[in-house]
Design a protein around this ligand. Structure first.
Ligand SMILES: [Mn+2]
Length: 317
């Protein structure tokens, strides 16, 4: 099929190349299922979607991510699966770095959101001024000590911001790679006490569902992008947890919280980000096809597909 339009011109990536990293991983949280999401999202037709937008697509599969290490790390009594999460995230960091450094836009398809510590470090290794737009019901900014659940999918940003102190030995490779000024949240509605304290004490741009109700999604996205990326001068890394969406929109996910984004609000975030021509990486995380019925799974997989094609430039007209 002929591309019906050229790939969006991007300020930072001058090629039409996209690498889709399938990240079949569920070690950052207790529910099996997120490790099968990447292949279902792939089968939904993402490659054809992106080719229709004018991109050239390559898939990178990571089947080894499904297998935990033989021996867990020394911090296993402090936090769950530290060695497993660390090993996988370090590989994710290296692959994201390699693909971006060869001027391929990166689409990270999870998998659970602990993978974010790898995707952020990979992006920052190539673009150290990149900003992060984190779309989520949760802030994912707990340290291993402060985490009530002890699941690492609630911790990736604490590593990327250097808040974990001491850093568990498994994560000695992580660094403080982003400044609070370069991070904004949209969709928050379920925060732990220490997470609230971090967001307040560090003045992080945290747009909750209250702000979406009060200002509308277009104003919220404008404020978030203006805060982290004034003048659209920096590359943007969009990290999209599907639990930011309302459970009616994204039923097949592990930590559902009522009162989330509508389908259109989610798409608006992707459209507005695409319009900046600064997107270098997008994560789509926490789809769990094993939760809910067949219709739930289909809807959630299709949401992920829509997030990918819309952030890469698909428009309604
Ligand atoms: Mn998350």
């Amino acid at each position: 099929m002929e591309p019906h339009r050229p790939a969006m011109l991007n300020k930072f990536i001058q090629t039409n190349q996209v690498s889709i990293l399938n990240l079949p991983f569920s070690g950052g949280q207790p529910k099996k299922g997120t490790e099968v999401a990447p292949e279902l999202i792939e089968q939904a037709g993402v490659q054809e979607d992106l080719e229709n937008l004018g991109y050239s697509v390559r898939y990178i599969q990571n089947p080894s991510f499904k297998t935990p290490p033989k021996i867990e790390g020394p911090s296993k009594d402090l936090i769950k699966n530290p060695q497993y999460v660390s090993d996988v995230c370090r590989q994710v960091r290296d692959t994201v770095k390699k693909e971006l450094s060869e001027e391929r836009l990166v689409v990270n398809v999870g998998g659970d959101h602990s993978l974010g510590m790898g995707t952020i470090e990979g992006v920052q290794a190539v673009y150290d001024d990149a900003c992060v737009l984190w779309i989520d019901a949760h802030a994912d900014i707990n340290t291993p000590e402060s985490s009530p659940s002890k699941n690492l999918h609630g911790c990736p940003l604490a590593f990327s911001l250097g808040y974990a102190n001491p850093v568990p030995p498994e994560f000695a490779w992580t660094k403080r790679v982003i400044d609070e000024k370069r991070l904004a949240f949209i969709g928050l509605r379920d925060l732990d006490p220490q997470e609230r304290a971090f967001l307040r004490d560090h003045n992080i741009a945290a747009f909750t569902m209250h702000h979406v109700d009060k200002y509308g999604i277009s104003k919220v996205v404008e404020m978030a992008l203006e805060h982290i990326n004034p003048g659209n001068r920096h590359p943007v890394h969009l990290s999209f947890d599907v639990d930011s969406c309302d459970p009616m929109v994204a039923p097949s996910t592990g930590t559902r919280v009522p009162g989330g984004l509508t389908f259109r609000e989610a798409m608006y975030i992707c459209e507005a980000t695409a319009e900046t021509s600064t997107l270098v990486a997008v994560d789509v995380m926490e789809v769990n096809p094993c939760l809910g019925n067949e219709e739930d799974t289909k809807n959630t997989v299709n949401l992920a597909r829509s997030i990918i094609r819309t952030s890469l430039g698909q428009t309604l007209l």
